[in-house]
Design a protein around this ligand. Structure first.
Ligand SMILES: Nc1ncnc2c1ncn2[C@@H]1O[C@H](COP(=O)(O)OP(=O)(O)OP(=O)(O)O)[C@@H](O)[C@H]1O
Ligand SMILES: [Mg+2]
Length: 262
């Protein structure tokens, strides 16, 4: 296995049937991601981004193609792939700590071991002081941090994130992006991240993949050569803005095509 093929998706296609009509969501594309890389996907609404993430997660069967993670074929959901969605779906009757340990209970780990592991990740997302709080006592950003800790606690080989900050207000969202960058810089886990927000994709990523309008294929795969560690001020640099313009020009064409097809 080549180092650049840690996640290797080949010939991916997906057709849904709706009212006896075929909806081609994804059409024959390849994508490889190296271990430790942070890769974002942007593309017009309905182009198949979530579908692709669900296929990699093993939640949605694909119509064609193959996927391997660290050389192992992927078909069903597994603890090697951690999913994080826009709605955080925490258990309201459990505290922060026990929301995070929950994932480990099924693994048959001892309570002490579970709590030690959970605290490591609760600390990483900056919520140590809130481990005894219930979800209703937390803000949206804090809930999403708990959801992130709950995904990290599995120690998955790849994180699959589908617009995880989409429901947050603009300021909280920016703070969460900064926190995620810090966590990623410390942890270097492989991430596949879907977003509508070009700035978010740029700030976080080593590569930004632009999808075409449906059926989704890869229109561009852009390496983001911005220095790391990244801090908020990088958003104001000419290099950042150049990438932004380049990606938005490509995306705009696809958004217009998607609108014409609708
Ligand atoms: N279960 C399903 N049954 C039928 N069609 C579906 C199903 N799920 C998705 N689709 C269709 O597949 C296409 C891709 O959907 P998908 O949710 O992957 O898009 P997306 O890129 O994530 O969009 P958004 O940016 O709005 O989240 C859409 O045309 C959608 O209507
Ligand atoms: Mg989606």
């Amino acid at each position: 296995m080549a180092a650049s093929d840690y996640l290797k998706a080949q010939g991916i296609s997906k057709t849904f049937m709706r009212n006896n009509q075929a909806v081609v969501a994804l059409e024959d594309f390849d994508l490889s991601i190296a271990e430790g890389e942070f890769v974002s996907i942007v593309g017009p609404s309905g182009c198949g981004k979530s579908t692709f993430l669900h296929i990699v997660g093993g939640f949605e069967p694909r119509t064609g193609g193959s996927i391997t993670l660290a050389g192992k074929a992927v078909s069903r959901p597994g603890p090697d792939r951690g999913m994080l969605f826009q709605d955080y779906a925490l258990f309201p009757w459990r505290t922060v700590l026990s929301n995070v340990t929950w994932a480990l209970e099924v693994k048959g780990m001892s309570k002490a071991e579970r709590e030690q592991r959970a605290r490591k990740y609760i600390d990483m997302v900056g919520l140590s002081r809130f481990e005894g709080a219930y979800p209703a006592e937390l803000s949206g950003g804090m809930k999403q941090r708990v959801a992130l800790a709950r995904t990290l606690v599995y120690e998955p080989q790849i994180l699959l994130m589908d617009e995880p900050f989409g429901a947050l207000d603009a300021q909280t969202r920016e703070l969460m992006q900064e926190e995620l960058t810090d966590i990623w810089q410390a942890d270097r886990r492989t991430v596949l991240f879907v977003t509508h927000d070009i700035e978010e994709a740029l700030y976080l990523s080593d590569r930004v993949i632009v999808f075409t309008a449906r059926p989704g294929r890869i229109k561009a795969d852009i390496r983001i050569e911005l220095p790391r560690p990244r801090h908020a001020h990088i958003r104001k640099t000419p290099e950042f803005m150049n990438y932004h313009t380049q990606i938005w020009d490509m995306l705009r064409d696809e958004v217009l095509r998607a609108r014409e097809a609708a």
